[in-house]
Write a protein that binds this ligand. Structure first.
Ligand SMILES: [Zn+2]
Length: 67
């Protein structure tokens, strides 16, 4: 599934609670996915397609080649 190839960030399972006035009536699990995009990346002179999360795209300041 959606996973970043640089930082290996992947799906997280979180708890979801349903409240009725003041107490919890239902508990269930829900999945949180990272915002992973398929981007072209320049490594040396070679262009490569990678699945990166948007955080890695910002921090690494990767150079996308012109189309
Ligand atoms: Zn990442």
């Amino acid at each position: 599934m959606a996973q970043c190839e640089m930082c290996e960030k992947k799906m997280n399972v979180a708890k979801k609670h349903v409240y009725r006035s003041s107490y919890v009536t239902k508990r269930s699990l829900r999945k949180q996915y990272p915002n992973v995009q398929r981007v072209r990346v320049m490594i040396g002179n070679v262009t490569k397609r990678m699945h990166l999360c948007t955080r890695c795209m910002k921090t690494q300041k990767l150079q996308n080649p012109p189309c």
